[in-house]
Design a protein around this ligand. Structure first.
Ligand SMILES: [Zn+2]
Length: 434
C-alpha cells in the first residue's frame, strides 16, 4: 500500500476554487479523496502527514530550468537538479535545451527524459526551436512533439530572424504548444555583461540596454498579430524571464489586444537590482541582467496584476571555478530552485500583500497552463498526486552550502527567506521532507 494521507492543512487550490481546511488522500499516484476535516482520519495509510499550520497546494511547476545534462554534469545533473527542485517544492520542471550537445533531436529528447537519468520529480523538456539553437533551420517540431516536447525554445539565445521566428510560431501553433523566447537582440548586446546604467558606468562595464529585450518582445508580438490575420492560426508566444518595464508593458498591451502571449518573471528580477553587482560580484551576473529599481517595481506590478503568468527560476548552475573569474568572462546565471518560494513569500506575499492563492496560481496553476500539463496544477480527485506542503510563516536564512544542487552560484547565500517547504510529493511519492 502506498497511500499518503495529508491531514489538518489549509488547502489552497485556485484551479478548483478552494481555500479551506481539507484533508487529502493520495493513492496510486493520484488524488483519491479531498474531504473536510474528520472524514479521512481513520483511513489506514502507509504515510500520514500532519500539515497543521501549513499550506497544502498543487506542486510547483518551473517552466524554465537548466539541468546541464548531457555534457556539463560537473555543474549539475538531472538527478541533482531535480533534487534541488523537490527541495524547493517543485514537482515538475521543464528542462531547457542548451545542453552539450543541444537537445534538438528525438534521440536527445528521449535520452533526457529516460527514467535512467534519475529525475526525482516529473521532468519535461522544451527542445531547441532551431537545429543547434543556431537560429537558422527549424528542428523537427512534429516528431519532437510526439516524443514529448512541451514547447520549443532556443533559450540562452533568441530566435533572431523574423522569418525563422514566424515559421516556428506557425508550426508550434499547429501542434498546440508555445514558442518560448529568450528576448535579447544580440545585435545590441555584444560584449555586454550587465545592465546599461550608472552602475555599469561606474564599474567600466559595457551594459545591455532595455531596448535589446523590448525590441524582440515587440517584434514577436507583431508576428503573432500577422500570423493570426494571415493564417487563421492562434500562435502562442511565451516570453522568458521578462526583466524590463518596457517589455512588460508590451506584453500587457498584447494581452489586452487578445493575442496569446504568456510570460514569466524570475525571483531575482523582482528582488534585486543592478546595485547587487556591487564590486564585480559574479553571483549577480545573469542574462537578462538585473535591472534598475523602476524595472524591478514593474516586475512586481506585472506579477500582482496578472500580466505575468508565472514565476520561473531560470535555475542556471555553474561551477565555482567558472564564476570565480573576471566579471566579463564569468558565465551568466544563478541557481534558483531552492530560493523561489522563500523570495516570493518574502517579497510579494509579505512585502506586497499578494494572497497565497495568487502565489499558488503563479507557481502551480498558470505554469501548468503555459505548457498544457494535463492533470497537474490543481488537486481535483483523479489528478496527479503532485503536492507541496509548506509552512508560510517561518523566517529562515538560505545557506548555499545546504543546497541539493551541485552548484552554489547564488546571490542569495545568507539571504532572508519566508516560508519553508515541509513536504514535496510527486505522483504520490514523498520526494522531499524537512
Ligand atoms: Zn534565457
Amino acid at each position: 500500500m502506498s497511500d499518503v494521507l495529508i491531514l489538518n492543512g489549509r488547502l489552497v487550490d485556485p484551479a478548483n476554487g478552494i481555500d479551506a481546511e481539507r484533508d487529502l488522500l493520495l493513492r496510486d499516484g493520484r488524488v483519491a479523496a479531498i474531504e473536510i476535516p474528520g472524514v479521512l482520519k481513520n483511513v489506514a495509510a502507509a504515510e500520514t502527514i500532519d500539515a497543521s499550520g501549513c499550506i497544502v497546494a498543487p506542486g510547483f511547476i518551473d517552466v524554465h530550468v537548466h539541468l546541464r545534462e548531457p555534457g556539463q554534469t560537473y555543474k549539475e545533473s538531472i538527478a541533482t537538479g531535480t533534487a534541488a527542485a523537490a527541495a524547493g517544492g517543485f514537482t515538475s520542471v521543464i528542462a531547457m535545451p542548451n545542453t552539450v550537445p543541444v537537445n534538438d533531436s528525438v534521440a536527445g529528447l528521449e535520452w533526457m527524459l529516460d527514467a535512467a537519468r534519475g529525475s526525482v520529480v516529473k521532468l519535461f523538456a522544451m527542445p531547441a526551436a532551431t537545429m543547434g539553437s543556431m537560429g537558422i533551420e527549424l528542428s523537427n517540431f512534429s516528431a519532437l512533439r510526439k516524443a514529448g516536447a512541451v514547447g520549443f525554445t532556443d533559450d540562452g539565445k533568441p530566435v533572431l530572424e523574423d522569418d525563422v521566428m514566424r515559421a516556428a510560431l506557425v508550426r508550434a501553433a499547429r501542434l498546440g504548444v508555445p514558442v518560448s523566447q529568450h528576448a535579447e537582440d544580440t545585435r545590441l548586446t555584444g560584449g555586454c555583461s550587465m545592465n546599461a546604467g550608472p552602475v555599469a558606468f561606474r564599474l567600466g562595464l559595457r551594459g545591455m540596454t532595455v531596448e535589446a529585450e523590448a525590441r524582440i518582445v515587440e517584434r514577436d508580438i507583431r508576428l503573432l498579430r500577422e500570423i493570426e490575420k494571415a493564417e487563421g492560426l492562434r500562435p502562442h508566444l511565451h516570453v522568458q524571464h521578462v526583466s524590463t518595464a518596457r517589455a512588460m508593458e508590451a506584453i500587457r498591451a498584447a494581452k489586452r489586444e487578445g493575442l496569446h502571449v504568456t510570460c514569466e518573471v524570475a525571483p531575482h528580477h523582482f528582488t534585486l537590482t543592478d546595485e547587487a553587482v556591487g564590486n564585480y560580484d559574479t553571483h549577480a551576473k545573469m542574462n537578462p541582467p538585473l535591472r534598475v529599481e523602476a524595472d524591478r517595481v514593474a516586475m512586481v506590478a506585472g506579477l500582482m496584476d496578472g500580466t505575468a503568468d508565472t514565476i520561473a527560476t531560470d535555475h542556471a548552475p555553474h561551477a565555482a571555478h567558472e564564476k570565480e573569474q573576471e566579471f566579463e568572462r564569468a558565465p551568466n546565471g544563478i541557481t534558483g530552485l531552492e530560493t523561489a518560494l522563500g523570495l516570493t513569500l518574502r517579497v510579494l506575499h509579505r512585502g506586497q500583500g499578494m494572497t497565497l492563492s495568487r502565489v499558488v496560481e503563479l507557481m502551480s496553476v498558470n505554469p501548468a497552463h503555459v505548457v498544457s500539463l494535463e492533470g497537474r496544477g490543481g488537486l481535483a480527485v483523479g489528478n496527479h498526486a503532485d503536492v507541496v506542503v509548506f509552512d508560510p510563516n517561518t523566517d529562515w536564512t538560505f545557506q548555499a552550502t545546504n543546497s541539493k544542487s551541485k552548484s552554489r552560484n547564488t546571490p542569495f547565500n545568507g539571504a532572508a527567506m519566508l516560508g519553508r517547504v515541509r513536504f514535496t510529493i510527486c505522483e504520490g511519492r514523498i520526494v522531499f521532507s524537512n
